[in-house]
Design a binder for this molecule. Structure first.
Ligand SMILES: [Zn+2]
Ligand SMILES: [Zn+2]
Length: 164
């Protein structure tokens, strides 16, 4: 994304700060990033920043519509700068990898519920759960083993119990 982050912030009347710019850049550079990962990147860029400040910046950018927050069940919230197109997500149950997938039949038809029951709907979130190609491949090439009888994990346990 080549859009100027500072210009984006100014457009919405948001005060431009180094922290907000760094957070925006981190999300743009790594779609579906977690707040923890954003904090790590921002720290290497501009130095110390508290996790709370990262959350505050992310929250502001989400409420201003500059980034989108998705919350796959059982996973930390993730952030992306691809907004406004109602795209969906493929989520791997094994490794948690998230990838974008366009709306199944064109532009945001999922907003049209069969019966909206009086709700004014502004967003539909669709997540396809399964296993990513890498995890599928790994499952195919790794013969199923009983974790309890794995000699390597026995070794680790033995080493840890040698204290006193
Ligand atoms: Zn996977
Ligand atoms: Zn996405």
């Amino acid at each position: 994304m080549t859009t100027d982050g500072a210009a984006l912030l100014r457009e919405r009347g948001i005060q431009v700060t180094a922290q907000r710019l760094a957070v925006l850049r981190a999300v743009a550079g790594q779609p579906h990033i977690t707040a923890d990962a954003v904090a790590e990147i921002v720290r290497t860029e501009i130095g110390a920043i508290s996790l709370q400040s990262v959350y505050d910046a992310l929250g502001l950018l989400v409420s201003e519509g500059l980034i989108r927050r998705i919350q796959p069940s059982g996973s930390a919230a993730r952030f992306e700068d691809r907004v406004g197109d109602n795209h969906h997500h493929l989520i791997c149950r094994a490794c948690g990898r998230v990838v974008d997938v366009d709306c199944a039949t064109g532009s945001a038809p999922c907003l049209t519920a069969v019966d909206d029951r009086g709700y004014e709907i502004d967003e539909a979130e669709v997540a396809y759960w399964g296993r990513c190609p890498d995890c599928l491949e790994e499952a195919r090439t790794t013969p199923p083993t009983d974790a309890k009888s794995n000699p390597r994990s026995n070794n680790r346990r033995a080493r840890r119990s040698s204290r006193g």
